[in-house]
Ligand binder design. Structure first.
Ligand SMILES: Nc1ncnc2c1ncn2[C@@H]1O[C@H](COP(=O)(O)OP(=O)(O)OP(=O)(O)O)[C@@H](O)[C@H]1O
Ligand SMILES: [Mg+2]
Length: 370
């Protein structure tokens, strides 16, 4: 039995598919729990620990970002579709028009004289679905997908960063049609943020490559994502570059409810779990905060089950417990910081942030007063 669990673990570390990885780790955890019930008493703690480790690993995503661009291969798009991204309907529609349809019906775009190309800049609080949306867009478009964490391509060594960027675009051209996704775009810096000289040359190189994309035959589209849009170089934000700016707001009530339902679909929930109440209580939580909250509640039930060596379902009390842990309402912190930055820089762009932010902050204040 133990060997089987170990095999599952080993295999899970190898597989690329995140769902398969998760299932394998969960299966390994279950085997270890069963082993802990029948093993000698001095080994119980050991197997319980291994079960916990496997469970935790099942919740972690395998990273798809290659640290060095030169070694970047086309990343197999995960099986994430727009249906997996809850809420954000108008954002999905815009991405569909700008990214997916041009790949599927280039002739129509040519007929209407609509230029294909350029890029989208997604911005908003952390954990609200920017990366997920980019992955889903690539999957829906059915094209090659290059995912790049900008922080990882900016090398300290002279000329390395430019080389990385050139290599990335060469690979994307060869694999076209393709999408290049630049995560943490602000890491390239801007004039205002006193970026290093290296980062400045990286911006110039990126601009050169992007200008070359004007050629319709190339079929490369760009998506950028950032939590600090004001720190993205203004030259990169212009039309034809990352010219379309899409605000990815925090999840509304309906989206939070959908996310809870989706995430807890195959979990053993007790009859008293009220997802509507949880969705109400999680106002100002990001999607990632909600997932973390669910994981906490599940872990609570798992730990209890391990103690008594009998599985029990996740109850509303487990969620109440997890809610009481005061998960940071990360979107509130972000809005505070964003409004401050935009006001400090007298930046007229990204007004949606200011409008939405003021609403969020006054709602949060009302909550405190009440
Ligand atoms: N709209 C959403 N629909 C479904 N799941 C979501 C959504 N938003 C967030 N999540 C959950 O939260 C996790 C984190 O989301 P994601 O990585 O896309 O956030 P992000 O906006 O890219 O954050 P960051 O700015 O920190 O990179 C997702 O893997 C998913 O589990
Ligand atoms: Mg992200």
């Amino acid at each position: 039995m133990v060997r089987k669990a170990e095999e599952h673990e080993l295999f899970a570390e190898e597989v690329a598919d995140s769902e398969e990885r998760k299932t394998l780790f969960l299966e390994a955890a279950e085997i270890y729990v069963n082993v802990s019930k029948i093993c000698s008493s001095h080994q119980v703690a050991h197997y319980v620990q291994r079960a916990k480790e496997c469970y935790l690993k099942s919740q972690q995503k395998k990273t798809v970002i290659s640290p060095i661009i030169i070694e970047t291969k086309i990343i197999e798009t995960k099986k994430v579709s727009f249906d997996d991204v809850v809420g954000l309907e108008n954002v999905k529609e815009k991405i569909r028009l700008k990214i997916i349809e041009p790949f599927k019906h280039p002739e129509l775009y040519t007929y209407f004289g609509k230029k294909i190309g350029g890029g989208i800049l997604m911005y908003g609080p952390p954990g609200c679905g920017k990366t997920l949306l980019a992955e889903a867009a690539a999957h829906e478009a059915g094209c090659a997908f290059f995912s790049v964490s900008v922080g990882s391509i900016t090398s300290k060594y002279v000329g390395e960063t430019e080389k990385n960027i050139t290599e990335l675009f060469t690979q994307a051209r060869e694999a076209a049609p393709s999408i290049i996704f630049f995560d943490e775009l602000e890491a390239l810096g801007s004039e205002r943020s006193n970026a290093t000289e290296y980062a400045r040359t990286a911006v110039s190189q990126l601009l050169t490559e992007m200008n070359g994309l004007g050629n319709r035959e190339q079929h490369i589209l760009l998506i950028g994502a950032t939590n600090e849009p004001w720190n993205v170089d203004i030259a990169l934000r212009r039309p034809g570059r990352f010219g379309d700016h899409l605000f990815i707001p925090p999840l509304d009530f309906k989206a939070r409810y959908k996310l809870l339902k989706q995430y807890l679909k195959n979990r053993p929930l007790a009859g008293d779990v009220n997802l509507i109440a949880i969705a109400i209580e999680t106002q100002h939580y990001s999607g990632a905060d909600i997932v973390a909250l669910c994981d906490d509640a599940i872990e609570h039930a798992l730990t209890d089950s391990l103690k008594v060596k009998a599985a029990r379902n996740v109850t509303m009390d487990d969620f109440i417990n997890a809610l009481a842990q005061k998960h940071a309402k990360s979107t509130i912190q972000w809005f505070k910081m964003a409004i401050k930055e935009l006001e400090k820089n007298k930046d007229e762009s990204f007004q949606e942030v200011v409008i939405e932010g003021r609403k969020v902050l006054s709602a949060a204040l009302r909550e405190v007063v009440a």
